[in-house]
Design a protein. Structure first.
Length: 294
């Protein structure tokens, strides 16, 4: 709720709608916020279906949350923890693919079906935001992340964990003890991949745009991550977009909290979620003027 300019009171909703909503506005755009009770495409479909019954005039959806990043290079540099990945049509893909939906044919898995691409108005807003940030000395996304840090408890949850805690291991090196952080579990630091320091400082959030993979699996396998990513030039994995994108015009925004490997933990969850939410907030300042006046 820290990203809203104003909070509005609740409105009546249908008995069959079990969602819990928070209402408000950003830059004079009315916003309906709903969380998912659990991860997964089926849950996402149920939430948006009920939301549209109670709020039939919703124009589009921003699907905001955390995801697992593919440690590869884009035009913005290497994808790292705390960065943001945003869906964007690239090549034959609409901005997202459902990587676990398909059929077996001659001993091979073939992905079938396609997801709808984000609406032009959101793609244009994303491009306008990118241009604005390139010309600015301060990052509006970074400034909005600070909105989440208004008390000691929130600071602990949403603070930047530090570049020293962004650890990437070789794909074939498996975490030593599940449920424990790498330091406690005894993971070998010599198995970590040494990467050059980013040219940008921590006060500018790096945003990558491209293809996001959606599926029902919690991916904890770096070798599978790389195989899937190489097939379709994927930047990120998540678990809800496929349940949303064919139901309503949607843009997927994910803060990178892990690398989809066996070493994933919760350390980056809070900051990554805050970065994604801050990006989403900034989009509302780059929508066309006529859209604001309706």
């Amino acid at each position: 709720m820290d990203m809203l300019d104003e909070e509005h009171g609740p409105l009546p909703q249908l008995v069959v709608d079990s969602n819990v909503y928070k209402l408000g506005s950003i830059n004079k755009h009315n916003i309906v916020v709903a969380g998912l009770p659990m991860a997964g495409n089926v849950t996402a479909t149920a939430v948006i279906t009920q939301m549209r019954m109670t709020f039939p005039n919703i124009k589009y959806v921003l699907l905001v949350g955390i995801g697992g990043g593919v440690p590869r290079k884009t035009e913005k540099g290497m994808i790292r923890l705390g960065h943001v990945v945003v869906s964007k049509p690239v090549g034959i893909h609409s901005g997202a693919v459902q990587y676990d939906h398909g059929k077996a044919h001659k001993g091979q898995f073939e992905r079938t079906g396609a997801l709808s691409q984000p609406p032009a108005i959101l793609l244009n807003a994303a491009q306008a935001l990118a241009v604005h940030r390139e010309r600015s000395n301060t990052d509006p996304i970074w400034e909005d992340i600070k909105r989440t840090q208004r008390n000691v408890r929130a600071i602990r949850r949403f603070k930047f964990p530090g570049a020293e805690n962004d650890r990437l291991y070789y794909p074939d090196y498996v975490h030593r003890q599940p449920g424990l952080p790498c330091d406690t579990a005894g993971c070998d630091p010599t198995q970590g991949i040494q990467r050059a320091t980013d040219e940008t400082d921590d006060s500018f959030v790096v945003v990558h745009r491209g293809t996001i993979a959606s599926g029902e699996l919690v991916l904890r396998d770096a070798e599978l991550r790389d195989r899937l990513a190489d097939q379709d030039d994927l930047l990120c994995f998540e678990m809800e977009a496929a349940g949303m994108m064919n139901s309503i015009p949607c843009l997927v925004i994910r803060g990178i909290s892990d690398y989809c490997d066996s070493h994933k933990n919760d350390l980056w969850h809070g900051y990554a979620a805050a970065a994604a939410a801050a990006y989403a907030r900034q989009l509302f300042f780059h929508l066309p003027k006529e859209e604001k006046q309706r």
